[in-house]
Write a protein that binds this ligand. Sequence first.
Ligand code: SAM
Length: 239
Amino acid sequence: MKFFELLNKACANEGLEFDEDKYNKLMQYKDLVIEWNEKINLTAITEEEEFIKKHFIDSIKVFRSSELKNSKKIIDIGTGAGFPGIPIKIINPDIEVVLLDSLNKRVNFLNEVINKLQLKGVTAIHGRAEDFAREKKYREAFDTAVSRAVANMAVLSELCIPYVKVNGHFIALKGPAVDEEIKEGLKAVTTLGGVVEKVIEVEVENTDLNHNLVVVKKVKETPKVYPRKAGTASKKPIK
Ligand code: SAM
């Protein structure tokens, strides 16, 4: 129970319940990441305490946004090894979670985690965000879309906002250059039907991580032409 107190405190700070079952699941998940990391590239962070802080606590901090707390169904775009989507699911098992990534090896890994931890109400899907957003089952079907470390705000908005219901939210985890990114991404946010509602600064104590949660509210439907064909958002961002 080496990291129990650290994680318990991180949850308590966000007004969240934590217990032994959640702790055990997080530890099992960490062990699986470290094990699979030998075969496929999942993370550069392997030192245990750093892993807990930079992957788990950073993911837990997304709950600082009441928009996530109030969500029933979310999607994590470009989830990689499952951040922030899997810690969110473990901490609040009532949230239905879809994890999306374009790398099949990572999706296979996520399915292994889902099976081993016996997580319910979570699915991992393989493909480009631009493609799934055209499917009826996924388009404008989520209360919230979250994403960490995938693309700049202009590109990411096109990958995420189409998934969000009108009146739902898109939460992007961003670094210290957030003001510049928002400025560059503003046209894309608006074009896709969003408005930047607020920026919440979250610091992960005793690390160099200084994240900002950019909370975008979806105020109108995304025009049918978006997202454009896979790859276009990054080649020709909406500016
Ligand atoms: N979100 C995770 C994290 O913070 O640890 C992973 C970040 S990793 C740097 C970026 C991930 O986004 C990769 O796993 C990549 O395969 C995925 N990705 C990039 N573009 C994508 C797209 N258009 N559709 C789906 N996944 C994408």
